[in-house]
Design a protein around this ligand. Structure first.
Ligand code: DC
Length: 205
């Protein structure tokens, strides 16, 4: 039987950590759907046309090389506005979501477009300043010489592009639970998410 947890929200809100923690806690499979758009973005940086890149995408590519660079993030956000890129990626995400044993998918449109029937929908958010600071610390720890101001500008640009696009814009589903992590430790945010999933599981089974 399938059980889907949809976790949406902007970059660096804590979605990734919460998704990994929830999937580990319940033994569910996890798909970071941003990696799909990043892998397509990387192919376009290599000169490929975005729709062809999305249609030809193979699951193995998600684990190849470093997809988490700032350059690939911007490319991903640009290809993600193209409706045919998004539609080419739908089947893969839906079949992952309904695999037996439970699945956690995190992204921008999981609760609204990909899995509107998900048993749990969370929208994880935090202020742009808090998210930029988290991303800055992560990038500096990885040796990048970026500045706080640059990272904040990147976060704002990407938020605007993700939220304002006409196809599948980033927004909470009407029945999503909002989790604002601006003033929460990651442990507290994860504990809250686990409690919400636990409750939904009890109702579903
Ligand atoms: O979550 P991320 O930073 O890895 O996502 C990279 C880009 O991909 C992001 O700017 C928007 C896009 N994206 C999307 O449009 N829909 C998703 N479900 C996941 C990511």
């Amino acid at each position: 039987m399938s059980f889907t947890v949809a976790i949406d929200g902007p970059a660096a809100a804590g979605k990734g950590t919460i998704s990994k923690g929830v999937s580990a806690h319940f033994g569910f499979a996890h798909l970071d759907t941003g990696l799909l758009y990043r892998a397509v973005g990387r192919r376009t940086l290599d000169g490929m046309e975005p729709v062809a890149a999305a249609q030809a995408l193979a699951a193995e590519e998600l684990g190849q090389g470093d997809l988490r660079t700032a350059e690939i993030a911007q490319a991903a956000s640009k290809v993600a506005v193209i409706p045919k890129v998004r539609s080419a990626l739908v089947d893969f995400q839906r079949s992952f979501a309904t695999r037996p044993g439970g699945a956690v998918l995190d992204g921008r449109d999981i609760g609204t477009v990909i899995c509107p029937e998900a048993e749990v929908k969370l929208f994880v958010t935090a202020s742009a300043e808090v998210r930029a600071e988290r991303r800055y610390l992560e990038l500096s720890a990885n040796g990048s010489d970026t500045t706080r101001a640059q990272v904040l500008q990147d976060v704002r640009e990407r938020d605007a592009r993700d939220a304002e696009r006409s196809t599948a814009p980033m927004k909470p589903a009407e029945d999503a639970v909002l989790l604002d992590t601006s003033n929460l430790s990651i442990e507290a945010a994860l504990a809250e998410a686990i409690a919400i999933v636990e409750d939904a599981k009890r109702k579903a089974f």
